[in-house]
Design a protein around this ligand. Structure first.
Ligand SMILES: Nc1ncnc2c1ncn2[C@@H]1O[C@H](COP(=O)(O)OP(=O)(O)OP(=O)(O)O)[C@@H](O)[C@H]1O
Ligand SMILES: [Mg+2]
Length: 246
């Protein structure tokens, strides 16, 4: 459902993403983690057609992102790191706005909105202005807005940043619900407990994908008796930095 071949983006001398090769299957939850500035958002922006690669190619849902941009847009949902909600508009009005944008109207729209509000348990807040929602509720609303055109692939850029642990768990219940219905999810996160919930995790560092495997396999990298994903990642990044110094 998602594929990259030597995907590269440079900004002047800086290689924000360098030679990314990746394949993600239908129904997979793929997590991309890495320190600030590692290149996660740049990767997502190339997959979603918002940013042209300097080199390489990307495919989403079988379509070439550069050549068939509209086909890709029709099949994917993108929740940006700073997703645009309209604070003065209510939950429902924000959803209607995004539905209009995607050309989803009439009874199809009403049914889908009702289903999403139920799934996220946001029904009681449908009339509340977005500016007055809690952080977790805002993220749920943004997620609903990205789901209004039945995407097959979801790209989520740190969707739970700054959200409390209970709301984060809620968010993941919703994600797994969507995956059970056939959605493919590509998510970036700073939370390693969330990375553990992914089928596969990629560790990005200075534009390069330095590791990519199941959470269980990645934990083995750190050695020791019961390493955590956090320990494994910190060890990997230290190794990279030591190698860069010599
Ligand atoms: N439009 C741009 N022009 C110049 N440099 C950029 C641009 N966009 C990103 N960069 C640089 O590319 C690198 C990767 O940035 P990116 O936003 O992809 O990182 P990130 O992994 O998403 O970080 P964070 O966790 O902070 O969101 C950074 O050094 C950033 O400053
Ligand atoms: Mg980012």
């Amino acid at each position: 459902m998602i594929r990259a071949e030597n995907l590269t983006r440079r900004f002047g001398n800086l290689a924000a993403v360098e030679g990314l090769n990746l394949e993600i299957a239908r129904g997979e939850v793929f997590g991309l983690v890495g320190p600030d500035g590692a290149g996660k958002t740049t990767t997502l922006r190339m997959f979603t057609g918002l940013l042209d690669p300097t080199e390489g190619r990307a495919w989403v849902a079988g379509h070439d992102v550069a050549l068939e941009t509209q086909a890709v847009k029709d099949r994917m949902g993108y929740m940006a790191q700073r997703f645009g909600l309209y604070g003065d508009l209510t939950v429902e009005e924000n959803m209607v706005f995004y539905a209009d944008l995607f050309g989803v109207t009439g009874s199809e729209r009403d049914q889908l909105m009702a289903q999403l509000l139920r799934m996220t348990r946001m029904e009681p807040f449908r009339g509340r202005p977005a500016a007055k929602l809690s952080g977790g509720m805002k993220q749920k609303l943004a997620l609903m807005c990205t789901l209004l055109h039945h995407p097959e692939v979801l790209f989520l850029d740190e969707p739970t940043n700054g959200v409390d642990p209970v709301s984060r768990r809620d968010f993941w219940v919703i994600l797994h619900d969507l995956v059970a219905r056939g959605l493919t999810v590509f998510i970036t996160t700073a939370y390693l407990d969330e990375a553990e919930r992914c089928d596969r995790v990629g560790l990005m560092h200075r534009g390069r994908l330095i590791r990519c495997d199941t959470p269980a396999a990645l934990k083995q990298l750190a050695g020791g008796d019961s390493p955590t994903l956090e320990e494994a990642f910190i060890a990997e990044i230290r190794k990279q930095e030591a190698a860069a110094r010599v």
